[in-house]
Design a protein around this ligand. Structure first.
Ligand SMILES: NC(=O)C1=CN([C@@H]2O[C@H](COP(=O)(O)OP(=O)(O)OC[C@H]3O[C@@H](n4cnc5c(N)ncnc54)[C@H](OP(=O)(O)O)[C@@H]3O)[C@@H](O)[C@H]2O)C=CC1
Ligand SMILES: Nc1nc(=O)c2c([nH]1)NC[C@@H]1CN(c3ccc(C(=O)N[C@@H](CCC(=O)O)C(=O)O)cc3)C=[N+]21
Length: 293
């Protein structure tokens, strides 16, 4: 069994990006600038955005965090997006999800300039991805592809089962694994809360990508011997014995499933850090597109 060490690979990627930024600086070129809008005070969301800002600092990017109150109206948010769209210093930006209920998420995501949409959530970019055109690939699925590639995990002709169909993880993942090329050429089954007999489906999978957010959902009995297991789930579970008062838990019963798996991602230290590294990669791409305009 091999652990797919997202923490290590993400550090390698950040080192590679930092090298590129050094060269830009040496040539007197503009360095990439990422902005993030965060609405409200959700602890987990603040943590993620904080890690994105720290990652920017580490590789030498500029970063801007725009913090808005939980009662921000849709119009106010759309105005802030328009400012970032028009700000020539900003190469790319993201709007941290989820948004409070008074705001229509789809409307907001459609307001982002597709050339600055480093999350790849705009319908234009999502459509391009589905049509194999070059574009921003959503960071979490992109990170999973990168991890499979760097560990040379075979995907061709394999049966990949994705659990969860969210717009940010499961749905794009199902499209990407079925694309031509590597990593891809998989036969994909997309499952969700209305799927019947899910154990029967996961038991046939060569690769399982679990993105539902239910701790310990995927148990050893649901998994075939030598399967590849990608655990996207991140749930905070209260734990008084840990310093923060909670621990981060994935969707997979790691202790038992890892005994059967050929490759498996841990939580923490698997897909999460890869997501951040790929957001930086997308920001590099956004800068190139910006300079080409
Ligand atoms: N590591 C990382 O970088 C990231 C981690 N995450 C984590 O991944 C998890 C999923 O997040 P996200 O993609 O936003 O998903 P959502 O919470 O938006 O959706 C969950 C999906 O899981 C499906 N689902 C729920 N219960 C079941 C069940 N019992 N059996 C089968 N399918 C089920 C839902 O089905 P239905 O559509 O029918 O409701 C839905 O499609 C969360 O823990 C989140 O924190 C998210 C993004 C990045
Ligand atoms: N517009 C938008 N883009 C996103 O990419 C996005 C989002 N909204 N909303 C929420 C989800 C979640 N997400 C994570 C990113 C990093 C870790 C991560 O670094 N996790 C660490 C642990 C972090 C911790 O200790 O809390 C790990 O798994 O090792 C987790 C989750 C990005 N998301």
């Amino acid at each position: 069994m091999t652990i797919l060490d997202g923490k290590k690979v993400s550090n390698d990627i950040k080192d590679e990006i930092a090298e590129e930024v050094k060269k830009m600086k040496a040539n007197g070129e503009k360095v990439p600038h990422l902005a993030a809008i965060i609405v409200g005070n959700d602890g987990a969301s603040l943590t993620y955005v904080g890690s994105k800002v720290r990652a920017c600092e580490r590789v030498g990017f500029e970063s801007t965090m725009v913090r808005l109150s939980n009662t921000t109206s849709e119009i106010e948010l759309l105005d802030r997006i328009e400012e970032l769209n028009n700000d020539d210093n900003i190469d790319g930006f993201i709007i941290q999800l989820p948004l409070p209920p008074q705001i229509d998420t789809q409307k907001v995501l459609m307001a982002v300039n597709p050339d600055k949409d480093v999350d790849g959530f705009h319908p234009m970019n999502f459509g391009k991805m589905a049509l194999d055109m070059s574009t921003f690939i959503p960071a979490t699925p992109f990170g999973i592809l990168e991890l499979l590639e760097r560990y040379n995990v075979s995907t061709k002709g394999k049966h990949t089962v994705v659990i969860g169909r969210s717009h940010i993880v499961g749905r794009p993942m199902s499209i990407l694994m079925g694309r031509k090329g590597f990593p891809g050429n998989s036969t994909v089954t997309l499952t969700h809360s209305h799927t019947k007999n899910i154990t029967q489906i996961t038991s046939q999978a060569d690769i399982i990508i679990s993105a539902l957010g239910v701790p310990n959902f995927l148990k050893a009995e649901m998994v075939k011997e030598d399967a590849v297991i990608i655990d996207v789930g991140i749930t905070r579970v209260a734990d008084e014995s840990s310093p923060k008062g909670y621990v981060i838990t994935g969707d997979v019963d790691f202790e038992n499933v890892s005994k059967k798996a050929s490759f498996i991602t841990p939580v923490p230290g698997g897909v999460g850090p890869m997501t951040i590294a790929m957001l930086l990669k997308n920001t590099l791409l956004a800068r190139e597109r910006h300079l080409a305009r």
